[in-house]
Design a protein around this ligand. Sequence first.
Ligand code: FES
Length: 107
Amino acid sequence: MSDPGDSHNFVPVARVGDIESGKGKLVKVDAREIALFFIDGEYLAIKNFCPHEADALWRGRVEEGAVICPNHGWRFELKTGKCTSLGDRDVRTYPVKVEGDRILVGI
Ligand code: FES
């Protein structure tokens, strides 16, 4: 995850309590669709579209810090966006920070 103090523009996308632990939520910033997850007390954000056939990663099952694409099962590490099913298919990650009860994603 990037340093929240860097040059990203942080946009509020959800509130603390909106996402059940171990689950994802689809959030939108302008035209971007972002999959926001709440895992072990930490919020993690990745691009929502699977690079295989663009299924929505926010709907995927989470296990051991990774999300499993609901369509064909490709696996992506949530902290790094790394695809561990196939090389060179990583997804973009976004920095996340919490201010009060607001969750902000850095664009
Ligand atoms: S669409 Fe995600 S693995 Fe096929």
